[in-house]
Every structure is written in structure tokens, then in C-alpha cells.
Design a protein around this ligand. Sequence first.
Ligand code: CAA
Length: 240
Amino acid sequence: MSRVALVTGGSRGIGASISKALKADGFTVAATYAGNDEAAAAFTEETGIKTYKWNVADYDSSKAGIEQVEADLGPIDTVIANAGITRDAPFHKMTPEQWHQVIDTNLTGVFNTVHPIWPGMRERKFGRIVVISSINGQKGQFAQVNYAATKAGDLGIVKSLAQEGARAGITANAICPGYIATEMVMAVPEKVRDSIIAQIPAGRLGEPEEIARCVSFLVSEDAGFINGSTISANGAQFFV
Ligand code: CAA
């Protein structure tokens, strides 16, 4: 029986590449999305990967959605907490609403995704958790006090989960992508984007597939001793 992977925000951007890579690796994949029905339908049409709609910021919706996925596909042993949003603004202009939207989706969303799946992983003595953090959680970013806080928080989550899950065969790791060619980065004003690319020694944006390959490795059965770690994939833009 194939392993079941849940990828939040799995129908677009980096998440879509991850969903496709895991399918190619032999997983049965469930990809969640929050609102874009059209993109999700096109994604399923193109890939055959089933999509599920819920808001990761809402615990009850996440729990109910996960129960549905498990009823349809079987127990989830692999979770990729990828769903994330930006609401960029310099701090003096950032509104409490922008703060809370990003915290609720990017940080509480990880709790809401992993928490309902965790007891089953503990019982079955196996699990793979990958949280998609960001270079900006490592270095901070002008106009991203909210986003950087969540992405730094992701690193605390995986380091703590790793310690709690290790004896139960569960690993939790983070990937910190640098600037990747997705809609999120393309939404940055062109002039700003050009100045960002100028700061990347590789001289280019990353490709979503370059992140998906890191995920494939971390969720493999062979990667059981890699736990609580962070893989930076940023074209040499920043070192920790
Ligand atoms: N460092 C220092 N100063 C900066 C700066 C930076 N990185 N970026 C902008 N500024 C300065 C500008 O030069 C300008 O200065 P002046 O007022 O002296 O001209 C000022 O900040 C901008 O002020 P504005 O009032 O014009 O700013 P705004 O309210 O219009 O906001 C912005 C503009 C939201 C900051 C916009 O520039 C922006 O989106 N920047 C990109 C932020 C960014 O990198 N986000 C990452 C998105 S991708 C992602 O998040 C994925 C991932 O994980 C990597």
C-alpha cells in the first residue's frame, strides 16, 4: 500500500511541485488549498492529484479535513506544512490585521495541520513532517516583521517536534527556501525583485522543483536520522 502524504497549499507554487514530486515517488497525495477553486481543479486535471479545500488557520476545519483525507486515502504518514501567505508592509504601516492574518495562516496553520495527525503517527511509530520555512525566517526581511516571525517560529516547531517524536519514529525538519520563482515572489514590485536577484550569488531565482527534491529526500524512509534540521536552499544568498 502506498504511503499517504498531505501537502498544505499543495496546488500552487512550491506546494504544487512538492505534490507532484511525492506522487512521482509513489505516494498517494492529498493537496489542500484555501480559495482558488479554478487553480485546484486545473491542478487535479493536470496531475490526477486529489485536492481538498480548507483554511489551515482554522483548527476545526483542519481537523475535519484531515479526517476526510484519512477516510478517503488511509492514514497520513507524511505531512508537508507548506501553506503560507505574505502581507508585506514596513512595520510603521503594518496593521494588526496584517499581523494576525500571517500569524494565523503561517504559524498557527502549522499547529493546526500537524496536531490532528500527530497521535496517529505516534501510534503507528512512523511519521515524516516537513515545514516549509523561509530564508526570511533566518535573516529577517524589510517589510516582513509578520512573515519573518512565522518562519522563524517554524524552526522552533520542528526542533521541538523532533525531540518529542524521535522515539516514536517521527522526524520533523524544515526547509528554508530562498527566493523561488513563484507567484509570491513575482508579486514583489519588479524593481525590488531585481535588487533581490542581484543579492543572490547564483544570479537567479530558485525553481520550485529544487525545493521539492529536498522534500523527497527528507520524507524518505532512509532519512530517519535527520531530525530537527534545517535545509537552506537559497543560491548562497544567506548562511546560518
Ligand atoms: N531595505 C531598506 N529599505 C528598503 C527596503 C529594504 N529591503 N525595501 C524598501 N525600502 C525603503 C524604500 O527605499 C523606501 O524608502 P524611501 O521612503 O526613503 O524612498 C521605503 O523603504 C519604502 O517605503 P514605502 O512607503 O514606499 O513602502 P510601501 O508601503 O509602498 O511598501 C514594500 C513597499 C511592501 C516594502 C515593497 O517594497 C515590497 O514588497 N518589498 C519586498 C519585500 C520582500 O522582499 N518580500 C518578500 C516577498 S517573497 C517571500 O516572502 C517568499 C520568501 O519566503 C522568500
